[in-house]
Ligand binder design. Structure first.
Ligand code: AMP
Length: 353
């Protein structure tokens, strides 16, 4: 399917990822129509249309589907019933299978294992008794994570001894979870891969990512040697995952670089914070290639535009330093137009060296 420039792209979700997708779409001559339960968001100023409606509003979904040529999304927790409804009316890219798998931690880990990748030891748990059993098997330290809806370290509790099990279970409010063994890693990195309908893939340099309190702080390319040595293996695995899902668009896989090779952590069937450096740091950004892929256009080149590229997230009050950041004429500042709140991703800054 080719959706020519001039057409309208539907985007589920109007946050900063929707905003940057809509900007990339506009550059290629497309209009964007956001569908979100909120009345406005970071994507408001840059999209032609906005439908404010719930994901359970069948009529609004049908009107949205009729108004757009393809539907994509900026987050993986789109309710399955909404996808079922949309799917009968308009192509959804990436497809439903990518969402079904990546929405649930144990599903994505199981798929990766089936495809020959390594993960931390994990057990799905649905009750405090199951958590006790899983803890007896996996031991300490370990991390309890909600299976779905977790992001930026939210919905995660670290466990150091058995006395913390009950309070951990209370903290996740009894939601379905996975208990994961703690991985001792040298570095964290991600694979950013964009797959076209033909199966052709584009990959960028694998950024080395540093998280603080579970939130991404920096992404840097090139990564250090410990990561570079395992990038090819991780990219090959990400390709197998994308092929298995018949994925169209951006797929992000996050890894721990361990002394004995890469360990898969999680995936996102979408553009990702660790790929924001590609806006100025690569010939074609993750956002542009995602738009190209979902519209059936050829993939753009992914080569780095500098010897070294660093992306820093601006969290909460960090965004108030915009004047100091701009005092460096080489700093590329992105602000998402959000109200400052502690822990909130407000923007990012990219520097090319
Ligand atoms: P996640 O939401 O799974 O991406 O976790 C957020 C961050 O917590 C990761 O990027 C790691 O820094 C840390 N983390 C998550 N799972 C593990 C693990 N099994 N072992 C060690 N660190 C972890």
């Amino acid at each position: 399917m080719i959706l020519p420039p001039g057409s309208t792209i539907g985007i589920l979700g109007g946050g900063q990822l929707g905003r940057m997708l809509a900007i990339a779409a506009a550059q290629l001559g497309y209009r964007s129509h956001i569908y979100a339960p909120e009345a406005s968001g970071p994507a408001t100023e840059v999209s032609a249309e906005w439908t404010k409606a719930g994901y359970d509003d069948a009529d609004a979904l049908a009107r949205f589907a009729q108004a757009v040529g393809v539907v994509t999304y900026e987050f993986e927790n789109v309710p399955p019933a909404a996808l079922d409804r949309l799917e009968t009316l308009v192509p959804i890219r990436p497809g439903k299978r990518s969402l079904e798998i990546s929405r649930v931690r144990e599903r994505e880990k199981s798929l990766v294992r089936d495809l020959g990748g390594r993960t931390a030891p994990f057990r799905a748990v649905q009750s405090l008794d199951e958590l006790r059993d899983a803890f007896a098997e996996i031991g300490t330290p370990s991390i309890l994570k909600t299976s779905s809806l977790g992001y930026d370290g939210k919905g995660q509790v670290r466990l150091h001894d058995a006395s913390g099990l009950e309070s951990a279970w209370e903290a996740v409010r009894g939601a379905p979870c996975v208990l994961e063994g703690f991985v001792s890693f040298d570095a964290e990195f991600s694979v950013l891969l964009c797959r076209a309908e033909s199966g052709e893939t584009a990959v960028w340099d694998t950024p080395e990512n540093v998280h603080t309190h579970g939130i991404l702080d920096t992404s840097t390319v090139p990564a250090r040697a410990a990561v570079l040595a395992q990038a090819e293996e991780a990219i090959a695995l990400a390709r197998r995952v994308a092929d298995a899902l018949d994925h169209i668009g951006l797929l992000t896989c996050e890894f721990f670089a361990c002394s004995d090779g890469p360990v898969f952590n999680e995936m996102a069937p979408r553009v990702h914070n660790s790929g924001h450096w590609t806006i100025e740091g690569a010939v074609t950004s993750q956002f542009e290639n995602h738009i190209r892929a979902v519209c059936g256009l050829p993939m753009g080149a992914t080569a780095r535009t500098g010897a070294r590229i660093e992306m820093h997230n601006l969290i909460g009050e960090d965004a108030n330093s915009w004047a100091a950041i701009l005092a460096d004429p080489t700093a590329k500042l992105h602000l998402y137009g959000k109200h400052v709140r502690p822990g909130r991703k407000m923007g990012h800054v990219t520097r090319i060296f």
